[in-house]
Each structure stands twice: as C-alpha cells, then as structure tokens.
Write a protein that binds this ligand. Sequence first.
Ligand SMILES: [Ca+2]
Length: 429
Amino acid sequence: MGHLLQSTATLAIAPLLATALITGSQASAQTGVNTTSLQHTVVLSDLDEPWDMAFLDDGTMFFTEKCDGLSVLMPSGEVNALLGMSNAEGYASSAEDLFCDGQAGMMGVAIDPDFANNRRIYVYSTSNMVTPHTNRLMRLVVSEDFTDVSDRTDIVEDVPYKMEATDHPFGGTGAHNGGRVRFGPDGYLYLTTGDNHNSEIPQSPTLMGSKVLRIDTDGNAAAENAPPEGFDQRTYTYGHRNVQGIAFHPETGTPIVAEHGPWHSDEITVLRNGGNAGWDPRPNMAGRGECPDNYCGYSPNQMEGMNRYERATFMPMTDLETYPDAMPPIWDNNGWSQGTSSAAFLEGEQWGDWDGAMVVGIMGIGFGGTPLGQRIDVIELTDEMTVEDVTELTLPMEPGRFRSVVSGPDGSLYTAVDEGLIYKLTPGN
Ligand SMILES: [Ca+2]
C-alpha cells in the first residue's frame, strides 16, 4: 500500500508541516473575511487522486482515493487503510470487483447521520461484478476501532458505466459517472450520476445515469420523490450531464448541484423534486443532425469557428426550447466549461460575510500547457436562490484540480486536488 504508507509517514510530521506551511497572510482592516486572510495546512499528501472526504464531529476524516480505496484519518494523525480496490495492497479488507478506469473508480463517501449507533458509511465505486460493469453505492459498517469495514451491502447496483470507447474528445471508457453522495437534511441519501457519453441516458426514465437519486439507507426510493410517470421512483431529478457536486442550502435545505459543461456552460442548478435538468445530446434534437456514436455532447467543439455562445445554442446544457419546464441554471461560469466538480456551503462566524455562502471547486482545463481556471469560487446567493455575487478565493497555496470541497466540523474548508493533496483552509490571520 505504498501510497498509504507514505500518507502515514506524512501524517507523522504533519504538526510541524502545519506550522511551516502557513503562508503569510495580510491583516485586513475590513470587518469579516476577505480574500487575503486565508491560511492553509496540508492535511495529507502523496495520495493517489483523492476524490472525496466525510467527517465525524471529532475530526475523524474518511477519504477515498480513486484507484486505491477507502481510508480514514484519525484525530491522532494515524491513517487506517480500510477497503482496498483490486490491485491495491495494505488494506484491512479488499474488494476485487472494484476497479478504476479513466474517470471511474472509487468516488463519493458519506457518513450515516446515526453513525454513533450503526457505524454505517456509504461509498460509491465502479465495479466489474457484472457485465456490463456498473457504478454502485455500497453500505459498509466500520469497526469500533476504525481499522476495518465489514457487512458490505450494495444498496444501488445499477448506475451505468461506459464500457466502450467512443469517437469523441475524452472518448475513453469509464467516462461521466457523476459520483458525489451526500445526506440531505431530510435524512435521505442523494447520489449524483453521469451520462456515460450515451445520449439515451439523460432523458431515460429507467437508466440511472444523468440523475440525482434520492433514496433511503437501504437503497429504496424516497417516498416523496416525484419524477414523471413511468420513471424509476429513485429519481429526484434527471436530464443532467455529469454532476460531481451537490450541497444543501444551510437555511432552506434545498439541494443545489454543480455539473460539468461540454466545452461551454458549467452549471449550478437549484433542484426541484422531479425536475428535468434539460440535457439531451441525442442526434436530431434541437435542430442538430447526426453525431459520432450517436452522441452530440461534444459536437460543437468539432465544428470549426464556433464560440462558446454558439456552442451553447447548438448543444445546450439546458434545452429550454425542447423542455420549457426544465430547471434553468442559476450560474453558467460565464459560458465556460472548466470542470465544476464539487460544492459545499461555508458555515461559521469566522467566515464573516461568507457565512452561509456556497463554494465551488473548479478543476480547470488545459492541454499541454498551464491549466486555466483552477480555483475555488465563493458564490453568494439571494433569498430567492439567485446568484448575488461571485468571488474567486485568493488561495494561500498553489491551485490544483479541486476535485472536492467539504466543510469540516471545525468550520474549516477542506479541499482535495487530483495532484494528491488534501488541504485545510481556515480564515483569519
Ligand atoms: Ca442543465
């Protein structure tokens, strides 16, 4: 378990690093927080594409690595490797059916609100248990001493997986799995999924990609779900492209998602029970013709001379002409696609004016050069759930591919980057 041994070693010196790595922050004369007053510490380094984190109140942090597995960082600084994927070594338990390929692998993790009594956590991963392979949401029981997991139960077994490469940019296998799993304030599990570059999935009533599922801890549909007639009742919303971020408004509890756009228009969308997010990349829709492998999701990029606004018209992220009742986005990243992969809400007085504001982690784009757009945006919302203001965080460290942002129990903002690090960001001087 090379990576995790390294992690443990890193942890042992973390208290020293934490002091050394705090960068100079400028005192602010203004009240509240401004972008010059963030501090950072490295929580873990030398990880293998950390994907998600989930915290207990005492700071215990479960985390996933896309091709390795599930581990937990204890308050003592010790790291316990719990559930390894195929080919990962050094874990207390292993699951040979779990694998990674392209964007697929071990992704989201969530802790049961009643963990103190039932010891349950939930992990979303790609599995080859059946063919075609699927993405699965597993329920696990954590041992009393946090050194192992047991009693795996796959409560969602049928989220589709991309088995065949296609003739598109990023056309490889394993694409667009969504992957975030969170408990809502209503006590239900929300699982975000993706379109697999399969144009039939987003508007399909039965294929569980391109959806936000709302389920109980056994995987049953939430009784209050209200999808259109004929839909799988686990469907909370549908017609998404690839949702990797979901967070709940701290006052209203309303779920809000962040998803990746196709060469244009990353979107943040306030969800409505049963709503259609309006993504439909099928050929011969909205004035389009045929497309490679029957998927028009990238077609605008393959047409010379089209800018992002024209692309948005040609292959809209939210097709309000075809689906006038679709949920419109509240933010579209100024028409750019830069990889909005995660979302959370800042909470606590230490954030000043940003207490209750949404943050979105953006991975950035760039091929063979310096990535563009890697950042964390603070998005302040009005009471009507529209965007009031967007501020790019001035980061106290080098940016990265911000795969995950999570508010910790201490009020700090934790973020994982694909480059193998988990940081803690704390306001104040
Ligand atoms: Ca949409």
